[in-house]
Design a protein around this ligand. Sequence first.
Ligand code: 4NP
Length: 157
Amino acid sequence: MFKVLFVCTGNICRSPTADAVMKHIVKEHNLSDKIYVDSVGTNSYHEGEAPDHRAVEMAKLHDIDMSGLKARRLEPNDFMEFDLMLAMDHGHLSFMQQLQPPNSKAGLEMFLKYAINCDETDVPDPWYGHGDGFRYVFDLIQNGCDGLLEVIRTQHL
Ligand code: 4NP
């Protein structure tokens, strides 16, 4: 099983969107028994909460279901469990780099390095913005997940 963890700040907007989009694509490719997907936040402010309703609505517009997801915080064991931990922005990457135990197996990378023809390096925080921010974030995430699936399929399975 190849295990991927998406990481953002609160685990209620960006990383749960990536979690749901990736699970959807993995299922479409009949790879649910080969690729495991989860998401976490670097802080615990929203622990136990469902995703932000604006992210849920944006996903629903694309026939992607985010129900059932609940925010949780990054924990030390994640570095042992996951093969790839993907940061939504550079702040999340440095946070993970500081916490990573020396014997961890996880690769730490920026998520958008997998997006095709994309100028952005960071998925912007949509939390304080309006609806358009969520649309923009969703499109970036979909692009990143498509590219990520291709790399996992061809290089890790
Ligand atoms: P996320 O968005 O990291 O994409 O889930 C945020 C959600 C909550 C906060 C920040 C970002 N917050 O500061 O509470």
